[in-house]
Design a protein around this ligand. Structure first.
Ligand code: DX5
Ligand code: ZN
Length: 228
């Protein structure tokens, strides 16, 4: 039982819609002030994009950044693992302070076993799928999850164009597994966020539509206004 992670999951479940900034395009040279700016702009949870340069052709950060963020904020840390062999690092990310770990169904390890491994730590369990991965190929795993994340871009980079195939997967998961938190990630902006909500997503991961703007509050308010 991880009480902090359970509290984080309740925060994620208890909100009709949340915008989660994707910590990929933020200013890592001023991470503490970035978190303060985001909290002041009304953000209530963070999406951390961990990449290993193997599962995706990009390399970002690992446990030290998660631990550093944990020391700075009580906000839920929603950690998106874009890494090939996550089983090696689950406990380290939990120890660093992750509240939810999302693995990809395309990994080089038995997905069910890694989902079980995360579950046994007491934090939230998420499964992500790239746009080209068919829903039928992984949907059997969703019953074990707290969260489903159909990617609306190919994992690896911010600033890509939204792929609506994620909307079909959101609708299918909403019908098949009403218990799931539904999250969408990639190309979510003023033009696409309403469609994501209509398809069932309540957790909206946003990168460039926030970090490409000078005022985070205005950017986030504009996104949320599209949902009301
Ligand atoms: C991509 C990441 C996304 C991305 C979102 O692999 O998982 O979180 O950073 O950035 P935008 O919103 O710019 O597509
Ligand atoms: Zn992400």
């Amino acid at each position: 039982m991880n009480t902090r992670a359970n509290r984080a999951l309740e925060t994620l479940r208890g909100s009709p819609q949340l915008v989660l900034p994707s910590l990929l395009q933020c200013d890592f040279g001023n991470l503490a002030s970035e978190i303060e700016r985001l909290e002041a702009a009304g953000i209530r949870a963070l999406h951390l994009d961990v990449m290993d340069g193997h599962f995706v052709p990009n390399l970002t950060y690992g446990m030290p950044i998660v631990a550093g963020l944990r020391r700075r904020t009580e906000m839920p840390l929603d950690v998106h693992l874009m890494i090939s062999r996550p089983s090696r690092y689950i406990q380290q990310f939990v120890d660093a302070g992750a509240d939810l770990l999302t693995i990809h169904c395309e990994i080089e390890e038995p997905v069910d076993e890694v989902l079980d491994q995360i579950r046994e730590t007491g934090i939230g369990v998420g499964l992500a799928a790239n746009p080209d991965t068919a829903y039928e190929s992984f949907s059997q795993h969703l019953a074990k999850c707290d969260l489903f994340l159909p990617m609306s871009v190919n994992a690896g980079f911010g600033g890509q164009e939204f792929n609506p195939v994620a909307l079909d997967k959101l609708r299918a998961a909403r019908a098949d597994h009403p218990h799931l938190l539904l999250e969408v990630d990639g190309g979510v902006n003023l033009s696409t966020i309403a469609d994501c909500a209509d398809a069932g997503a309540t957790l909206m991961v946003v990168g460039s539509a926030i970090f490409g703007q000078s005022d985070y509050g205005t950017a986030i308010d504009g996104l949320l206004a599209k949902l009301n």
